[in-house]
Design a protein around this ligand. Structure first.
Ligand code: GRF
Length: 202
């Protein structure tokens, strides 16, 4: 299974995926990391791990569509079976999403369908939620709205701030994403008729 990871920032989730495959080898490898920001620290993590690190700035393209088409060309040159969005902070066009239907996963820092979009930790606190978490889902045209694969939950504690919550959610994410990646590599996770199925069951 050839995996491409898309990032925009620190890439701590990317690191968790790299470490997971290193500690417990599977029939899959990260063959490239692509960032829309050349200064993303995650590119450094990729290079350190000996993985092709590519950047493609959305600022060099006149519109979202031409950027996404260029992104598709770059990703397809790596011949991927699975594309993982790991803190990729760009909204993708329907063309992009459909091109990779069934092989595109995202990680989102909330218990979807709650808190699509940004500032999830702050919104969970403001709502007075007593639990929060992270979700892995297949990507479809609806932003943060695709079929759920797996969720992890943490309790919200008295005195939590957006930062303290973010830190605990991150730790959770670092366990969740490798799990979902492995399911896909092993052929256990598939999108069937628009539903996420594990071992053939929705
Ligand atoms: C994560 O919280 C992820 O859920 C969100 O962006 C963040 C990326 O963090 N989509 P990192 O770059 O992997 O550290």
């Amino acid at each position: 299974c050839r995996i491409v990871v898309l990032i925009s920032g620190s890439g701590s989730n990317l690191q968790a995926l790299i470490d997971d495959l290193r500690t417990n080898p599977a029939d899959g490898a990260i063959v490239g990391v692509v960032s829309n920001r050349a200064e993303a620290y995650g590119l450094e993590r990729a290079r350190t791990a000996g993985i092709a690190a590519l950047s493609l700035s959305h600022r060099d393209y006149p519109d979202r569509d031409s950027f996404d088409q260029a992104l598709i060309r770059q990703i397809d040159a790596l011949n991927p079976d699975l594309i993982l969005l790991a803190g990729f902070m760009r909204i993708l066009t329907p063309d992009f999403v459909n091109h990779y239907a069934g092989r595109l996963l995202n990680i989102h820092p909330s218990l979807l369908p709650k808190y699509k979009g940004l500032h999830t930790h702050q919104r969970a606190l403001e709502a007075g939620d007593d639990e929060h978490g992270a979700t892995i889902h297949f990507v479809t045209e609806e932003l943060d709205g695709g079929p759920l694969v797996v969720q992890g939950r943490i309790p919200v504690e008295t005195g939590d701030t957006p930062e303290s919550l973010a830190e605990r959610v991150h730790r959770l994410e670092h366990r969740l994403y490798p799990l979902a990646m492995r399911w896909f590599i092993e052929g256990r996770l598939r999108l069937i008729d628009g539903r996420a199925c594990l071992d053939g069951e929705p």
